[in-house]
Design a protein around this ligand. Sequence first.
Ligand code: SAM
Ligand code: SF4
Ligand code: F3S
Length: 447
Amino acid sequence: MNNPTLKQSYYIQTYGCQMNVSDTEVMEAVLEQMNFTKASCIEEAGIILFNTCCVRENADLKVYGRLGELKENKRKNPELIIGVVGCLSQKDGANFLKRFPYIDLVLGTYKHGRLPYLIQEVIAGKGPIIELSERKVREEEELPVKRENEISAYVPISYGCDQFCAFCIVPFVRGKQRSRHPKTLMKEVQNLAESGYKEITLLGQNVNTYGFDLGPEHSFDELLKLLDGLDGIERIRYITSHPKFFPLDLVDTIARLKKVCEHFHLPLQSGDDEVLKRMRRGYTYNDYKKLVHRIRALIPHASITTDLIVGFPGETEEQFQKTLEAYQEIQFDQAFMFSYSPREKTRAAAFENQIPELEKKERLHRLIACSNKIVEKKNKDQVGTIQEILVEGFSKKNANRLTGRTRTNRIVVFDGSQEMIGTLQKIHIENGYSWGLEGNAAVSSYA
Ligand code: SAM
Ligand code: SF4
Ligand code: F3S
């Protein structure tokens, strides 16, 4: 690799959740401060970073598969720098090097600020380097961010998680919850508004416990009120909420605040109380329903979406049926559904009565079939309504059409022109499918 431009270019491949997307935005800014430029594809890059996820086994396997393929790239270009960062690196640490000895850098979570120093060390021939995070250490510093999107921005409000749900590895790899100060967040969102952003999505593993680590005067409720008062931003979203920490009066606050969208993503995980207890989720199905009732009483058109796990250890057919019944009863607008995957260190991985893979797959198929029908029906219910859409860009499937989202987070595809991108439009909904809606920009625009 004698081409100096090639050496100065980077490519980050991101896996996992929005938090990882947001971390990639930070790493890109950090690398650009070092005068590295973004390569158009992985083959063009002198530095390749994999920002990894380990929430389920198939997330691990995806990364291992891609890293295996890079062996050949490294053989051809010994100067190529290959790094792994994020949750899977934090989990696997030195094992990464045993398996893939051609990796130069293994960086845990929240170590982005160290990238410039560590990359210089690798360039100086001091690799491979492993640097992981300690669970208790507070490592945050305010780092720059390079956002690709100019309409909608991710804003992390807290990092880490203190819940230790029995199935989940996130607290082990992301450490204790650390909330960013409201003043910092207000400043960041104000800057986004001044740069023309219309929508922000507040990120945290459990946004409802925001501020618990800052002091009694701080809460998610207060943060939403503060952010709602800022001019310029039109929509505020947040993920993920935990039903245990979602007080009923937070629904009242959200119903009052104009910018906070009418979309509640509330992971239920299971419809059975015994399973919920063993998952250590801290609520019963009945508690969850009370929350749903309050949302529907105050905001009847709100959408409610969820995450569900099938095949948790010991889950009986009857208990799985409770999840299906819960789906039918609540009529979720959308769901992310997963087959339980044992993760090291978590309590549930050591439980007896692990469910065979085939059984889990079969339950997942049944749940997805149930979900598809309901989601399609709920989308068809939107036909004939007029929805406010924030136009995000051209549709990937049809470059002549635009795509955007309703306040309830439904995807809408419609005919329109370039100038509409980044604006709010009123769209008449004409068709509903399981993937989203089709409409027509027949009515005049808003802003
Ligand atoms: N913090 C969020 C929450 O409390 O729901 C999201 C955590 S995780 C990144 C997203 C979803 O993955 C979870 O809601 C859960 O449904 C699923 N999940 C987590 N661990 C899992 C596992 N071991 N097997 C299958 N699904 C899992
Ligand atoms: Fe995982 Fe539970 Fe924390 Fe969500 S709240 S990140 S599911 S431990
Ligand atoms: Fe995966 Fe880490 Fe997110 S494990 S889901 S990338 S917090």
